[in-house]
Design a protein around this ligand. Structure first.
Ligand SMILES: Cc1cc2nc3c(=O)[nH]c(=O)nc-3n(C[C@H](O)[C@H](O)[C@H](O)COP(=O)(O)OP(=O)(O)OC[C@H]3O[C@@H](n4cnc5c(N)ncnc54)[C@H](O)[C@@H]3O)c2cc1C
Ligand code: FES
Length: 385
């Protein structure tokens, strides 16, 4: 039956003819069976085993972990991509994505640079508990926040906030080390100059290379600071780069920064579709987000019946992914910011809040699937994992 169906496929006869010809002249493709798969899984392994080889203190709140491979070589990546680290903390298995800050032209190690988030579970663990020699499991490199020569201009206007500098560091290091024909205008927002990560390196490379322009923007400057202050606005960008018509825009940092920057960039005449963004996690205080129903309090607790599993309790103000993990129900996840769709679950009954702009496929919406990392219960739910 299967054979009959195969024969109906377009091109079936051509393939059979090719195999016959190859056999006749002594080639046997079956000897190659599995080789392509084996090669692909070497370049894109689903999981990596990493060892902390070095720890570099960057600022009082930020460290870089230099990670080497424990059992494999490290797969190649594109400047701007991230890996997702898996951690066990207090009996809870969870994960967090971190952009690779080192340059892709060397893959002896990956650097990830972590800034402390107040009361943050994983960032505090990575900064306070991790020692040289510790082992991690991670995903392979992932994400689409990278330069694409087919669609992007060679001139890049990059806007970073706080730890959102890391993908741009990888891009800048690659550009200067490989002598790439590309230029970067980096607008980098922080509260104080002491918070700026990689400041000395950025000053040094921008002084040495004409194609790297570094503009720190400080919200609460000290009296002797003479650079740009406030936040990154359209006027501030124009004061450095008057003509942005031939530039591609890249924004990386917390969701709130993107929400502020997007209208500013649009004031420059740039369409939303032309702006690449990487959000560093789900929106903070989701209940303050447009569209959140006023009658639901973030502390309201709902019951979540997992079909074929058990029922857990989850507060409205916490993402379903986090609530599941806290109850030791681990599902696949990668970006934890609504972008990759790895954490999809199906809502059978009840309703959730998912902020506007999450790229859910039309078919997913039709059939009740949501991205659990950015979905919040607004009622009792029944779900399928
Ligand atoms: C693609 C991607 C790449 C990333 N790369 C980096 C990186 O290179 N370096 C880095 O330091 N982080 C990076 N992050 C953020 C990182 O994954 C974690 O979200 C961050 O370390 C906080 O995790 P946590 O467990 O400490 O905080 P959680 O326990 O998850 O959060 C605790 C509280 O802090 C809030 N919060 C969470 N994240 C932030 C934040 N970034 N700023 C302010 N408040 C926050 C939460 O809303 C919550 O209220 C990246 C995120 C994404 C999606
Ligand atoms: S983990 Fe990527 S969309 Fe949820």
């Amino acid at each position: 039956m299967k054979q009959e169906l195969v024969k109906q496929l377009d091109g079936y006869e051509a393939v059979v003819k090719e195999i016959e010809t190859a056999r006749k002249y002594g080639s046997d493709y079956t000897l190659e069976r599995g080789m392509v798969e084996a090669y692909l899984s070497k370049i894109h392994p689903p999981f990596l085993k990493l060892k902390v080889n070095d720890i570099i203190t960057e600022t009082s709140t930020t460290k870089t972990l230099r990670l080497v491979s424990e059992n494999h070589y490290l797969p190649p990546f594109q400047a701007g991509q991230y890996i997702t680290l898996f951690v066990d903390i207090g009996g809870i298995r969870t994960s967090r994505p971190y952009s690779i800050s080192s340059q892709p032209n060397q893959i002896g190690y990956y650097d990830i640079t972590i800034r402390r988030v107040e009361d943050g579970l994983v960032s505090n663990h990575l900064l306070d508990d991790i020692k040289i020699g510790d082992l991690f499991e991670s995903s392979g490199p992932a994400g689409g926040f990278h330069f694409n020569p087919i669609i992007h201009h060679k001139e890049m206007i990059c806007i970073a906030g706080g730890s959102g500098i890391t993908p741009f560091m990888s891009m800048i290091r690659e550009i200067i080390e490989c002598g790439l024909d590309r230029s970067i205008y980096l607008f980098y927002g922080n509260r104080t100059l002491d918070d700026v990560i990689f400041h000395e390196e950025l000053v040094r490379v921008s002084e040495k290379f004409d194609n790297i322009h570094y503009v720190p923007v400080i919200e609460a400057p000290s009296a002797d600071y003479s650079g740009k202050t406030g936040v990154v606005t359209a006027d501030l960008i124009k004061s450095v780069k008057a003509d942005t018509g031939e530039a591609s825009f890249f924004v990386c940092g917390p969701q709130a920064m993107y929400d502020f920057c997007l209208p500013e960039i649009e004031k420059l005449g740039v369409r939303k579709g032309k702006i690449r963004r990487e959000m560093y996690g789900p929106p903070i205080n989701i209940w303050e987000y447009p569209g959140w129903p006023k009658e639901v309090n973030p502390d309201d607790v709902f019951s979540i019946k997992i079909r074929g599993n058990r029922t857990i309790e989850a507060p409205a103000g916490e993402s379903l992914l986090t609530s599941l993990e806290k109850n030791h129900v681990v599902i696949p996840s990668l970006c934890r910011s609504g972008e990759c769709s790895m954490c999809r679950i199906k809502i059978l009954t009840g309703r959730v809040f998912q902020p506007a702009g999450v790229p859910v496929r039309v078919s997913d919406t039709q059939f009740g699937y949501v991205h659990s990392c950015v979905s919040y219960p607004l009622a009792d739910l029944e779900i399928i994992l």
